[in-house]
Write a protein that binds this ligand. Structure first.
Ligand code: GLU
Length: 326
């Protein structure tokens, strides 16, 4: 029996209820569960239903059922982001009071036109880097959204904060550094590569970046394990954690499952929903993607073997995924 590593660990799986789980999303669920259990930690489930137009009624129940038949049981009742708007509002208020959030009147078209007018080229599929049009004020226009001020501006905020922020070398450099437990050292210059990102959208809905940071901290999440398609959000989330005075989580991004067309597996390129009748097959497929092979006749036995394999990997830092313990 391999010795358990640590127990102050809280992990989570945070699906958006836009449809049932498929092979790709089960990988993230399984990896986050395995990492939590290998650390003798808790595993939570949070339904990320802030983007209501994209949510499919009933998908939350199907997801919870799919997790349950696979033996992935959360250690506390799932929470729903749609019921937590007051916490996101508090966080936004705090950022406004710190002069780290400002109202913006720009539509997507305004932003595209401002970028074109500045003669900047944008690679296809690249993020639209907000050019900072409303930083200086709305010029009499109507506020549509709220944005995070991604650069340090000595002229903003009460003087105490200026000194504190000026003293933080990473904020002055606008460059966020972190270690991904699988991919190693990472960095991103948020102001240059993303720009001032949205906290509350023009339609009044809370942006994923703010909601995820507020909830991870409120739930005491110490370790975030999720698909690599979300890795590019990490720097923004660390920036928000720092601005809100919240602890920084540890990150691990698992390799994305690709569809036949080479794009991330999704409903559009043929992903099948995890079959409630055949959870062992679903676990085997997800496990295979994580380099885990188990021989079991039921999900509970399969998971027990899988945790043992994950633990060996954490200790040995070897195998298909070289994981770091923290
Ligand atoms: N709700 C996000 C998604 O389903 C995941 C958020 C996260 O794990 O940080 O893509």
């Amino acid at each position: 029996m391999v010795k358990k590593i640590r127990s102050s660990y809280i992990g989570r799986f945070a699906p958006s209820p836009t449809g049932p789980l498929h092979a790709g999303s089960l990988v993230a669920a399984l990896a986050s569960w395995l990492d939590a259990k290998a650390h003798d930690g808790q595993w939570l489930v949070r339904i990320e239903d802030v983007d209501t137009p994209r949510c499919v009624p009933g998908a939350d129940h199907i997801i919870l059922q799919q997790l349950a038949v696979c033996g992935l049981h959360p250690d506390a009742p799932p929470i729903y982001q749609s019921q937590r708007g007051h916490l996101y509002q508090q966080a936004l208020n705090q950022l406004v009071a710190q002069a780290q959030a400002y109202p913006c009147s720009c539509s997507r078209l305004d932003i595209e036109q401002a970028i074109a007018a500045a003669g900047q080229q944008r690679a296809r599929h690249a993020e639209l880097v907000y050019p900072g049009t409303c930083r200086g004020g709305l010029n009499g226009k109507q506020a549509r959204s709220w944005r995070f001020l991604s650069t340090f501006q000595p002229s903003n905020g009460p003087s105490g904060q200026q000194i504190r922020r000026r003293a933080d070398p990473e904020l002055i450099a606008h460059e966020i550094h972190w270690v991904d437990r699988l991919s190693g050292q990472q960095h991103q210059n948020v102001s240059r590569e993303v720009g001032d990102f949205v906290l509350q959208r023009a339609d009044g809905l809370w942006a994923y970046q703010l909601a995820v940071v507020v909830d991870d901290a409120a739930q005491g999440v110490t370790h975030i394990v999720r698909g690599a398609d979300l890795a590019h959000n990490t720097a923004r989330q660390i920036l928000l954690q720092r601005a809100l005075g919240l602890p920084q989580a540890h990150y691990l991004h698992t390799p994305v499952v690709l569809g036949a067309d080479g794009d991330k597996l999704s409903k559009q390129n043929g992903a099948q929903a995890v079959d409630l009748q055949d959870p062992l097959e679903a676990l085997a497929q997800a496990g295979q993607h994580l380099g885990i092979t188990c021989f079991a006749s039921n999900p509970a036995d399969w998971l027990q073997q899988a945790v043992a394999q994950w633990m060996v990997r954490l200790v040995a830092r070897s195998g298909a995924l070289k994981l770091h313990c923290d």
